[in-house]
Design a protein around this ligand. Structure first.
Ligand SMILES: Nc1ncnc2c1ncn2[C@@H]1O[C@H](COP(=O)(O)OP(=O)(O)O)[C@@H](O)[C@H]1O
Ligand SMILES: [Mg+2]
Length: 369
């Protein structure tokens, strides 16, 4: 078990900087998930921690020791990739034993390690089989088992479930949670799956184009995103954004005026806000409701998507160039072209300044607790 600390870590390929100023404190035993759009640097950051890529600047410390120049095999890390890379001609047993054999471990030690890992992963009845006699989920377990036998101080998982179908992903997601409970080893996990990130992580790191945008618990990122990028990235369907200007600054929040002249009140700490400043209101689909009266934006219904247990209304409005999405009761019907007014209670709104920085929400602490 070990802590992992990154200080001002950066990565350059020739002239191109692909990661900059990465500062992370991963505590011993923590489950940390990296998320971000494709190409933002998640795999590169993992590979730098594993020692498969050089660190161009800054410091990496594992378990208190600087690791920048330590070879991968001496870092106490095991990495599992999306492609499992099992040896097709070897049995599961031999696949899982291989790393220990190479490291010169004795037979009884290897046997105990393989059997214990197989038991943890519920594949102890399959040890004589070859990889082609297994399902995708079983193969993934073998790849994890091979990592467990090495008793690493830190596990790195790079999109380990992305080759599996939806049902198996759910099952394996629960297995990862159980595995972490059981082993209590530090784990770093990359995914582009919102649900995996929200459910597995003690702490989520959101990356965008080589920058760490925010680090926090799933609830902090959901209820108190630090900026517009994180607000739009965490949550599915994503948050709605409405452009406007500040009309009034009051002690209990800010009134925003949209270009249509319509108003939305937002319960944020008004620090630094001035009348006339450009801002963006953020409202999640589950908080956008039909209103009567002076608050909210006029919109025209486009279509309703029903998912059985919930339904989503897609609508057009001049103040949200990308359109808007509202979660509605499952059986609610709307005609295409129907006009309506949509808005949220002030407590449910987010507010971002012209640079995308979030104003502090007045009730975010309670929601994120
Ligand atoms: N060997 C390499 N040489 C040059 N650029 C690279 C190399 N590997 C990755 N990159 C670039 O680094 C960025 C981050 O890539 P990667 O870490 O694979 O992203 P992610 O895993 O988040 O999708 C991308 O822009 C990618 O093109
Ligand atoms: Mg990747």
């Amino acid at each position: 078990m070990a802590s992992v600390i990154l200080r001002n870590v950066l990565k350059r390929y020739d002239e191109t900087e692909v990661l900059r100023d990465v500062n992370l404190d991963i505590a011993d035993g923590e489950f940390v998930v990296f998320v971000g759009p494709s190409g933002c640097g998640k795999t590169t950051l993992m590979r730098m921690i594993a020692g498969l890529e050089d660190i161009s600047g800054g410091d990496l410390t594992i378990d208190g020791a600087r690791m920048n120049d330590v070879p991968p095999a001496k870092r106490g890390i095991a990495m599992v990739f999306q492609s499992y890379a099992l040896y097709p001609h070897m049995t599961l047993y031999d696949n899982m034993a291989f790393g220990l054999k190479l490291a010169g471990a004795k037979k009884p030690e290897i046997d105990a390690a393989v059997k214990s890992a197989a038991k943890i992963l519920h594949i102890d009845h399959l040890l004589d089989r070859k990889p082609k006699q297994l399902s995708g989920g079983q193969r993934q377990r073998v790849a994890i088992g091979r990592a467990i036998t090495r008793k690493p101080k830190v596990f790195l998982f790079d999109e380990p479930l992305s080759n599996l179908d939806a049902a198996l992903r759910v099952k394996m997601r629960l297995e990862f949670a159980r595995l972490h409970d059981e082993l209590k080893t530090t784990m770093i996990y990359v995914t582009h799956d919102q649900v995996e990130a929200m459910t597995l992580a003690d702490k989520i790191v959101v990356l965008s184009a080589g920058n760490v945008e925010q680090v926090g618990t799933p609830n902090q990122l959901y209820h108190a995103p630090a900026n517009r990028f994180v607000a739009g990235f965490i949550g599915s369907p994503k948050m709605n954004f409405f452009d406007g200007v500040i009309q009034q600054v009051a002690s209990d929040g800010i009134v925003v005026r949209y270009e249509t002249g319509e108003l939305q009140k937002v319960a944020v700490e008004p620090r630094g806000a001035r009348v006339g400043d450009k801002v963006t209101v953020g409202i999640r689909p589950e908080h956008l409701h039909m209103l009567a009266g002076e608050w909210g934006v006029s919109a025209r219904a486009m279509t309703v998507e029903s998912l059985g247990d919930a339904a989503y209304l897609y609508a057009e409005t001049p103040v949200a160039p990308d359109g808007l999405i509202a979660r509605i009761p499952p059986l609610e019907k709307h005609e295409r072209g129907e006009s309506m007014k949509l808005g949220a209670t002030p407590d449910h709104c987010h507010l971002f300044d012209a640079d995308g920085h979030a104003f502090e929400r007045r009730f975010a602490h309670e929601m994120a607790a």
